[in-house]
Design a binder for this molecule. Structure first.
Ligand SMILES: [Zn+2]
Length: 492
């Protein structure tokens, strides 16, 4: 939640926010960017380090080929143009968690440029957000300010993260709302997960986002003064931080002041940003080409081979699944949220009579129950096989949807798979026409008004009677037969 700044909607509507995002993504390589140390989260502090990542005198970096491959894959997935020859540069600054005194990064000749991501807009269209550049660099270590008995007076250093391979992805200032920023990040994360180059785990810091934000009066071409917001460590907070910062800047302008160019830190506990350093204190990184590394060459042949290894990306996959399985856009979105989930759905759906039905059972019945119980998908007692079975039984009218729901309830209650519950419970179906006719007659007798409406042309009333009789049969009526008999009786 953002702290309260109260500006009227009329005032807010006079301004247009301009947002650009810088995202740092850790690559999922086994070893670090320039040495053989393990690239692993959660090891004991200062155990994955060596002279190279500590920058000890005389140590020389050797570029990790897998990191280049991952960075190139990410660049291609983001529609970037990959430079054949890019240059590593030293970004110089002093900070305790950077023992080398510089980060190896890329500066004026980055690995890739001119990409884009498409995001859905509020009015149901899509908008293309440009990607200025994607470059490779290494991460710094971590300063630990809390968690120790003497944390009040000391800061501890864990240098395990030094030299972790990163890509930094910089967007164009094309984003106009916090919602668009959220969508951009969601798509970006999805694409990176699909390509398998990062786990994008924000809690562990494998995906980190800084935002540049300014506001300008609507209709004005020139950008306002931009503020950099750092330390935003969840997608939810990005939205809140941007909302807060946009309102803060508008308030400054509205009260006759001017926005100061500065870096601000987001404080999620208080829901506001704080000034960290002004432009005067901004770093001059004194970039220069890294003398210990040759230019990075990505040949046309390597590029072509990398391109072949690109998986089907989320957007394309959604479009295909909508066409192939007659899914709704919303269902396709949910099913493709992760590549693993989409793979599991597709391989299961192929064995079923109706993939669409499988999607329904998976999302509404199983997904709905998981959500209500606060469970993760991997905690579901009902397997994909169970879901396919439920869908097929429905398709063949061997169970009614009410019975299916009852079986699902039991499955979740007892922590058993759907197949086990079905075999044990074997719900009965009433397929005896005369038994069903008796129930229909009772329903018709009890609801003369609805019968009248039906006969006056309101054919949807048949559904009302179906529901009545299904309930009376405790969900055991065979749906096909019931439907047939209800219509016959009402018409009669
Ligand atoms: Zn090392």
């Amino acid at each position: 939640m953002s702290a309260a700044i109260s500006l009227s909607p009329d005032v807010l509507a006079k301004y247009e926010p301009v947002i650009g995002l810088e995202v740092h993504v850790q690559l999922l390589t086994v070893t670090k960017a320039f040495c053989g140390c393990a690239n692993k989260f959660g090891s004991a502090p200062n155990t994955n380090i060596c002279p190279v990542c500590l920058g000890l005198p005389g140590a020389l970096p050797v570029l990790n080929a897998k990191a280049v491959e991952f960075a190139t894959l990410a660049a291609l997935a983001l529609h970037c143009k990959v430079r054949e020859r890019s240059i590593f540069a030293r970004k110089n600054y002093f900070y305790p968690d950077l023992p080398k005194g510089y980060q190896i990064s890329q500066y004026d000749k980055p690995l890739a440029e001119h990409g884009w991501i498409e995001v859905p807009t509020a009015d149901g269209h899509t908008k293309r957000i440009g990607i200025t550049r994607l470059h490779m660099e290494e991460d710094a270590g971590k300063s630990l300010h809390e968690g120790f008995a003497d944390s009040a007076t000391r800061t501890y250093l864990d240098l395990n993260r030094c030299g972790t391979p990163l890509v930094e992805i910089v967007s164009e200032p094309d984003i106009r709302t916090p919602e668009e920023a959220f969508e951009y990040l969601t798509r970006l994360k999805e694409i990176l997960l699909y390509t398998g180059v990062s786990d994008c785990n924000m809690e562990e810091g494998s995906l980190r986002c800084d935002a540049n934000v300014s506001v300008r009066p609507k209709g004005q071409e020139k950008f306002g003064t931009k503020v950099e917001v750092k330390n935003v460590n969840s997608f939810r907070f990005i939205r809140a931080a941007l909302e807060y910062e946009i309102e803060r800047q508008i308030e400054v302008i509205e009260s006759g002041g001017s926005v100061v160019q500065e870096t601000r830190l987001w404080n999620s506990n208080e829901g506001r940003t704080y000034s960290m350093r002004s432009k005067e204190q901004a770093h001059d990184y004194r970039y220069f080409p890294e003398p210990d590394l040759p230019p990075l060459i990505v040949s046309a042949k390597v590029l072509e081979e990398t391109e072949k290894r690109l998986p089907e990306l989320p957007e394309a996959r959604r479009a295909r699944m909508i066409a192939e399985y007659e899914l709704t856009a919303q269902d396709a979105q949910t099913l493709t949220a992760s590549r693993e989930f989409a793979d599991r759905f597709e391989s299961a759906a192929k064995t079923a009579k109706s993939p669409r039905r499988v999607a329904n059972v998976l999302l509404s019945e199983v997904g709905g129950r998981l959500k209500a119980l606060g469970l993760e998908p991997e905690q579901s007692p009902v397997s994909m096989t169970g879901i396919v079975l439920a869908a097929d039984l429905l398709d063949e009218d061997k169970i009614s949807s009410r019975q299916m729901k009852q079986l699902m309830d039991i499955a979740f209650e007892k922590g058993e798979d759907f197949g086990i519950v079905y075999e044990r419970e074997k719900p009965q179906q009433i397929t005896d026409a005369s038994a069903l006719e008796k129930l229909i007659d009772e329903a018709i007798a009890a609801h003369p008004k609805q019968v009248e409406q039906y006969r006056a042309g309101k054919k949807t009333m048949a559904g009302f009677f179906l529901g009545q009789v299904m309930r009376a049969s405790k969900g055991q009526a065979n749906p096909v037969l019931l439907n047939e008999l209800v219509v016959k009786k009402l018409e009669g």
